[in-house]
Design a protein. Structure first.
Length: 457
């Protein structure tokens, strides 16, 4: 099949003969695997771009990619812990996911895509992408499947970001930080965090993501804050002008246009979403000791609707206040992607049957109904009541002191979702979401259900 697509029979034969069959020492296995991957990528590069391939060339590309990803998986299956140790100086360095994959690209050629390769991929529409991000998903899946390496990566992603540390003194002094895609302001013992993307109904994308994580970090780092309040900012969309929307989930228009990377999902759920749930990790990695986190209570002030990723946030909150009639749902079935950690967390609120109906069949929840109230702690009649409801809840949550509250939420979390359970879930999530993200079904779903091909970026 490869030769029929115009590739040299001699080159293909030489490449196939170099397939790593026995994995010996780690250095030898790494060298042999990378040489095989580099030569395979060179063959793949001789084919036209995906959008320009004929049927035979597309079949050849699929065969090559399958061989390459199989070799990547075989190597990582045997040496994930060794790879992670080499990249982190035997776990002495703390690397975030987005740093780790590019460090791996530099040290182990063709194991995962380079920054330059990703820049080229990012310029393509989702339908035209070459699929190189699947290698990132496989790489991270095997790292997270390795107990010690995976636990260290989870710990690393729970460390405060450099951006937050740089802004902390200013925030503590002024009591406010306008980060662009997010805004945070201290009010008494609470900090109000607003997600702000008014043009896109507070949808999330690669621009809002780092700002939101910085804002979450500031709330957690400020010792004067006892409770964080997560709220959607006021939007300027004609249909909702002047109203607050908790969140519209991932920006589907940008997703369809190819401007949201696979790593968005991973950095989001292992970053700020997990920080909402677990807090910030301690300065030292101590996997064999009880969790030592800096965490606060969180209140969600939910208005209008919480779609997709915004609905996922509700599973991490200590108290959810929603306006009556507010729509809360996970459009995973219509999108064709995995709704973050909802597959693991939603059932704890609504039960297994309703969780399956929501994720697999598109069941929607509405605040103020028996099913919807399983996701809410408090329902108010109008948005005009939200400020007073939030103030009252903050007072109630802080009346017994932060130490007691944080200790109780930590104990509840350890019982419900041990860190190893999260690690193992994210290992599966990394692999499966990579294939979902690059599936033709996702493109088709976005066109059929969201008219993505008719929308302007």
């Amino acid at each position: 099949m490869l030769e029929a697509a115009g590739l040299s029979e001699q080159d293909v034969a030489a490449w196939r003969s170099a397939t790593p069959t026995t994995l010996g020492s780690f250095p030898a296995a790494a060298r042999a695997t990378c040489e095989f991957l580099v030569r395979g990528e060179e063959l793949l590069g001789r084919l036209p771009a995906r959008a320009e391939r004929n049927e035979g060339e597309q079949a050849a590309a699929a065969e090559l990619v399958a061989f390459l990803n199989g070799a990547r998986a075989d190597f990582m299956r045997g040496y994930a812990a060794d790879v992670y140790g080499a990249l982190t100086d035997d776990l002495r360095l703390s690397l975030r996911v987005e740093e780790l994959v590019y460090a791996a690209a530099d040290l182990y050629p063709a194991l995962v895509p380079t920054r330059d390769a990703m820049a080229a991929e990012r310029a393509r529409k989702l339908a035209d992408k070459e699929g190189i991000e699947i290698a990132q998903g496989l790489f991270l899946a095997f790292i997270l499947s390795s107990p010690r390496a995976g636990a260290h990566l989870v710990w690393s992603m729970l460390r405060p970001t450099e951006a937050a540390l740089e802004r902390l003194d200013e925030f503590r002094s002024s009591g406010a930080a306008d980060l662009g895609g997010a805004y945070v302001e201290r009010r008494g013992r609470a900090a109000m965090l607003e997600l702000r993307n008014p043009r896109h109904l507070n949808a999330e994308d690669l621009n809002t993501l780092p700002d939101t994580e910085t804002a979450v970090d500031l709330v957690l780092l400020d010792p004067d804050v006892e409770v964080g309040v997560f709220r959607g900012g006021v939007v300027d969309h004609p249909r909702y002008a002047g109203q607050r929307i908790f969140g519209a989930g991932i920006n589907l228009t940008l997703l369809y246009a190819g401007q949201i990377d696979f790593l968005f999902y991973i950095t989001r759920d292992m970053g700020y979403v997990n920080k909402l749930y677990r807090g910030l990790s301690s300065e030292e990695f101590r996997p064999d000791e009880p969790e030592d986190t800096v965490e606060k209570l969180w209140v969600a002030a939910v208005e209008t609707y919480a779609i997709g990723g915004a609905c996922q946030l509700l599973h991490t909150m200590d108290h959810v206040i929603a306006t009556r009639g507010c729509r809360l749902y996970l459009p995973a079935r219509k999108e064709g992607i995995i709704p973050g950690a909802s597959n693991m967390r939603l059932a704890r609120s609504v039960g297994d049957r309703l969780a399956r109906q929501a994720i697999l069949s598109g069941l929607e929840f509405e605040a103020g109904t028996p099913q919807g109230d399983l996701l809410c702690d408090e329902v108010i009649d109008s948005a005009g009541e939200m400020d007073a409801a939030v103030e009252s809840r903050v007072e109630a949550l802080t009346s017994s002191g932060l130490v007691n509250a944080a200790a109780n939420r930590r104990a509840m979390r350890v019982a419900a979702e041990p860190l190893d359970v999260f690690r193992q879930y994210m290992a599966t999530y990394c692999r499966e979401q990579a294939y979902c993200h690059l599936s033709p079904a996702l493109v088709r779903n976005l066109e059929q259900n969201w008219n993505a091909h008719e929308r302007r970026v």
